[in-house]
Ligand binder design. Structure first.
Ligand SMILES: Cc1cc2nc3c(=O)[nH]c(=O)nc-3n(C[C@H](O)[C@H](O)[C@H](O)COP(=O)(O)O)c2cc1C
Length: 317
């Protein structure tokens, strides 16, 4: 996920478990073959075989609209060791759509198909080429056609975010609308959107007919969600304790966010905003960090939060 799930975050989340693969933040492809350093910056895992430390493959995500140039860049990613290439046809961002990328392409299913075909041809047959779409641009009327074009072009897997671009991120996600394009025993179509709990994952699969899911914000809101889904823990009896999660947030801050020259603290704040959904305690930490931008003051806020938490723990409910 752009701007929030970078390599240290992938390492942390896949270290908890439950993931069979993940993707990089997107590499925006316009009209040139990008230098190797761009791929290595967004996917440092390439130097270790394209896997996270816990052995989960990291597919390189490309976003663009030119089939030939996307193919060249996909080949470069694979030559550098990417175990798979993921194509983004779901991004609703204005800047991306203005340059004819992301979900805007859903208005032109044939072009989506030609992009997938071009990338498929450019990389060896054993390397997965996956695609991510929404139900459509302003409505879901072309979903069948979009999916047929993607499958005919040879995509290995397809993840469907069950909302249109016009829906944005507004709940609900229309899981049942995906059912029309899912086959019996379909292992290549993944349902995505509004999956925050184990119960949501079961309901999304039931309504869509999919057997596999892709997590989005839920992965940030509950870092052990994939593990609990994969082990079938629908009771949600023992999610990670807050202090364990808070330590992960601090470690992530130190490894990633504090290194960012211009936006220190932004990724941490964004993660905390999602954590608030599952952990009430995240509100306190978020409140302390919200206006801070310096490394030492943010670290002091983590310390103060720990003291606050310890003092609350001693209080009766
Ligand atoms: C901050 C943010 C960044 C995202 N970045 C990407 C991205 O790089 N590629 C992509 O295919 N989807 C991206 N998405 C969309 C998510 O993958 C997912 O499809 C969407 O959030 C719906 O799932 P959810 O309701 O479970 O979050 C992003 C979403 C958010 C909120």
């Amino acid at each position: 996920m752009e701007g929030v799930i970078d390599a240290p975050m992938r390492r942390m989340l896949t270290g908890i478990g439950g993931y069979s693969r993940c993707v990089t933040e997107f590499i925006r492809v316009t009209d040139v073959l990008l230098p190797e350093k761009v791929f290595l910056r967004l996917c440092p895992e390439l130097v270790q075989g394209g896997m996270t430390e816990s052995g989960v493959p990291v597919y390189t995500q490309l976003l663009g609209s030119n089939p030939d140039v996307l193919a060249l860049n996909a080949k470069r990613a694979v030559d550098l060791g990417a175990p798979g290439v993921d194509l983004n046809f779901g991004c609703p961002a204005k800047t991306v759509n203005n340059s004819m990328g992301g979900s805007l392409l859903l208005r032109d299913p044939a072009r989506v198909g030609s992009i997938v075909a071009s990338v498929r041809q450019a990389v060896p047959a054993q390397v997965p080429v996956t695609a991510k779409i929404r139900l459509g641009y302003d409505n879901a009327e072309s979903l069948q056609e979009i999916v047929e074009c993607i499958r005919a072009a040879g995509a290995t897997e397809l993840a469907i975010h069950a909302r249109t671009k016009f829906d944005g991120y507004k709940p609900p996600a229309w899981w049942s609308r995906v059912k029309t394009v899912v086959h019996e025993q379909d292992d290549t179509t993944f349902i995505n959107g509004e999956i925050w709990t184990v119960a949501d994952s079961l309901e999304a699969c039931r309504r869509s007919g999919c057997r596999h899911i892709m997590l989005g914000r839920g992965a940030l809101s509950a870092p052990d969600l994939a593990l609990r889904i994969s082990t079938g823990d629908s009771s949600c009896a023992a999610p990670l304790a807050w202090m364990e999660v808070a330590s992960m947030v601090e470690a992530q801050f130190l490894r990633s966010d504090s290194q960012s020259p211009r936006h220190i603290g932004n990724r941490t704040k964004q993660w905390l905003a999602y954590l608030k959904r599952s952990y009430e305690e995240a509100n306190d930490l978020f409140g302390r960090l919200r206006t801070l931008h310096g490394i030492s003051e943010i670290q002091a806020a983590f310390d103060a939060h720990r003291q606050w938490y310890a003092s609350c723990a001693g209080q009766p409910d």
